[in-house]
Design a protein around this ligand. Structure first.
Ligand code: MG
Length: 260
């Protein structure tokens, strides 16, 4: 799998040939290094400057697609004119676009109920953060002692099992995060397809992501002739055809994009 910076001359030609480029990024682990507490994952100032420069021109339509809530990710990035997609694309705001997945909206009661049960079941385990995000919810355990991780996973499985069995929710797994989502056929890939329809003036899509939940996005982007980039080590399994090592290298790419 080629490193994006090693094939940059080829990639930059493709970018220059495009009418406009839809440029999409995951947030945690992609634009920012992963933090022990997700509250601390602020956007590095240099990344903010690069993104601001990119959206001020007319070559790029740029956006962030995160598992965080829309409100959270929009507040953390806070650059006007960008697309912000929260809860893995169940809610999206961008230029001329204001989307919420209706069926997901109707299931926020179930999310709140599961969240309450998880709060109680996980209360005694150190380092666990149960984060209700409206349309979905996350259980973070990056700061949990290694010997208690199994207890987190078991309590999570016990609480969510009846909801999974009844078909109300589905579970996804990321880096030290467990997530409860409404059981709907929607993911970052579907959200990217919606953005491609909304912004047809962009003839090329690029998407950068670091986690398993980004794989749906990689697939849709590559099937549309775009460029999918895994942020992480070469050994990490992925469908993406390109990679960079780290959020630091994503920032390097942002700098190169701004110069095109
Ligand atoms: Mg990520």
């Amino acid at each position: 799998m080629p490193h994006l910076l090693h094939v940059w001359s080829n990639v930059s030609q493709r970018l220059l040939r495009a009418s406009q480029v839809l440029l999409l990024f995951d947030y945690d682990g992609t634009l920012t290094p992963l933090a022990p507490d997700p509250e601390q994952a602020d956007l590095p100032p240099q990344v903010r400057d690069h993104l601001t420069a990119l959206v001020s021109g007319d070559r790029y339509i740029a956006g962030v697609i995160s598992g965080r809530s829309l409100k959270d990710v929009a507040a953390r990035v806070g650059i006007p004119g960008m697309i912000y997609a929260g809860n893995h694309g169940l809610e999206i705001q961008g230029p001329g676009l204001d989307f919420v997945h209706q069926e997901a909206m109707e299931q926020t009661g179930t999310q709140a109920q599961v969240g309450g049960e998880l709060q109680r079941a996980l209360a005694g385990i150190p380092g666990v953060i149960v984060e209700p995000k409206g349309l979905t919810l996350s259980v973070h355990y990056r700061s949990t002692p290694v010997d208690q991780v199994k207890a987190v996973e078991e309590a999570f499985a016990r609480v969510t099992a009846p909801y999974v069995e009844s078909g109300a929710v589905r579970i996804t797994y990321g880096k030290k995060v467990l997530e409860v989502r409404p059981n709907l056929p929607w993911d970052k890939g579907k959200a990217i397809a919606l953005l491609q329809e909304t912004y047809p003036q962009a003839s090329l899509t690029c998407f950068f992501g670091d986690d398993r939940t980004d794989e749906d996005g990689f697939k849709v982007v590559q099937e549309s002739g775009g460029i999918a980039v895994l942020v992480g080590p070469a050994r990490q399994p992925t469908v993406a055809l390109h990679r960079v090592d780290s959020p630091g290298e994503v920032d390097q790419v942002l700098g190169l994009l701004a110069q095109l």
